[in-house]
Design a protein around this ligand. Structure first.
Ligand SMILES: *[C@@H]1O[C@H](CO)[C@@H](O)[C@H](O)[C@H]1NC(C)=O
Ligand SMILES: *[C@H]1O[C@H](CO)[C@@H](O)[C@H](O)[C@H]1NC(C)=O
Length: 354
């Protein structure tokens, strides 16, 4: 009798695990293949061979790239090289990416940059916020950009218990930002379990020197975050739920949900066209290929443009799609006056004239 009960329980446990595994395959869109959508005028950017996880472009056309991200379990083409921040002037005919110098005192050896965001203060000071994973922990580094010297002056390292697994960031002040946590847990095994069990414990946190608070939660895997040009709305990509969430920003910086846009792909970074307000979403059509790297069947890339997100019927168009023969694992797409930059998690970066 006891043995029958044990067998029964074992059967139920196996069925549950099987169901979770099947659900995970769906969340990863493990069986999705894509049709190519080509852009005519594109070239790979020299000097970026091992990922350009995030890109942020200043109004004057200077683009920042965070490069060399390493995450446990994720492939890397340069596992021993620390990460860095590159800059490229999009106004130049033959724009090239140059590495920015970082001020002394900052630990470059453990620099592992992820999401980035810029903020321009009233006095024109440019702050660069960088999500960093030194020894796979999460911090936010605040730098001041010194354009004449092509350098970054390190101002502050922010650590907080509400920022256990930070992914992306959008700055809203010189020491103020919203950030996504892609997991609730800090420990790699618990993170894995959290994702596997589909707990939906990922969150968005508001940080300021005076107040730090969770302002949205219940995400499967909160990833890219950005803000509308009028600064009224915050957009959050939930990668494993295949959604973009739209929140209205309140005067106290709390967020109230105004809509959720379902998509057929794993959305990574979101960037905003400063003029039209269109959202450019860089996506992973097939998450399985991204996490289980096979050079013969590499991860693909997909860039979506979403117009009129606040309207009844937002329009979603595929601007670029590639099976990995050119670009693998697109994680960010950023536009500047008819130019499109597409970065990837651990591969190269593409520069296109639209
Ligand atoms: C990707 O597409 C190209 C043609 O566009 C094809 O030659 C190549 O075999 C495809 N690669 C994979 C991995 O499917
Ligand atoms: C995604 O893109 C945004 C905006 O360009 C950036 O701030 C963020 O760091 C990027 N990276 C990730 C991992 O979401």
């Amino acid at each position: 009798m006891g043995r029958l009960v044990t067998l029964g329980l074992l059967g139920i446990a196996l069925a549950l695990l099987g169901e979770r595994l099947l659900a995970l395959r769906n969340r990863l869109k493990a069986s999705r293949e894509i049709e190519s959508v080509d852009l005519p005028n594109c070239h790979l950017i020299k000097g970026i061979e091992a990922g350009a996880e995030d890109i942020d472009i200043l109004p004057n056309g200077l683009a920042f790239f965070s490069v060399g991200l390493k995450i446990p379990g994720l492939h890397s083409f340069a596992p021993n090289k620390p990460g860095g921040i590159l800059m490229m002037d999009l106004n130049e005919e033959k724009a090239r990416a140059l590495e920015l110098r970082i001020s002394r005192g900052f630990d470059l050896a453990s620099f592992n940059p992820h999401g980035i965001s810029t903020f321009i203060d009233d006095d024109d000071t440019v702050y660069l916020f960088v999500v960093n994973h030194p020894e796979f922990k999460s911090t936010v580094e605040v730098f001041k950009f010194e354009e004449e010297e092509n350098s970054l002056l390190h101002l502050k390292t922010i650590r907080h218990e509400l920022l256990p697994s930070t992914n992306d960031i959008i700055a809203v002040g010189p020491m103020h930002f919203y950030a996504t946590n892609d997991h609730y847990f800090f420990d790699p095994f618990l993170k894995y379990l959290e994702t596997y069990l589909n707990l939906h414990w990922a969150s968005v946190v508001y940080y300021s020197p005076n107040e730090v608070k969770v302002v949205a939660e219940g995400f499967d895997f909160a990833n890219g975050i950005n803000i509308s040009p009028d600064k009224k709305y915050i957009y959050v990509a939930d990668t494993l739920a295949h959604e973009i969430h739209v929140f209205e920003k309140q005067p106290d910086m709390n967020l109230t949900q105004s809509k959720v846009l379902p998509l057929d792909t794993l959305v990574d970074n979101l960037s905003i066209d400063p003029f039209s307000g269109d959202i450019w979403a860089s996506c992973h059509p097939n998450g399985q290929k991204l996490f289980v790297y096979d050079p013969n069947n590499p991860p693909s890339s997909e860039v979506l443009r979403i117009q009129n997100i606040l309207s009844e019927k937002p329009s979603v168009s595929t601007v670029y799609a590639n099976n990995g023969s050119v670009l693998q694992g697109s994680s960010v797409a950023s536009v500047y006056y008819g130019k499109l930059l597409i970065g990837t998690l651990y591969h190269r970066a593409l520069y296109c004239e639209l």
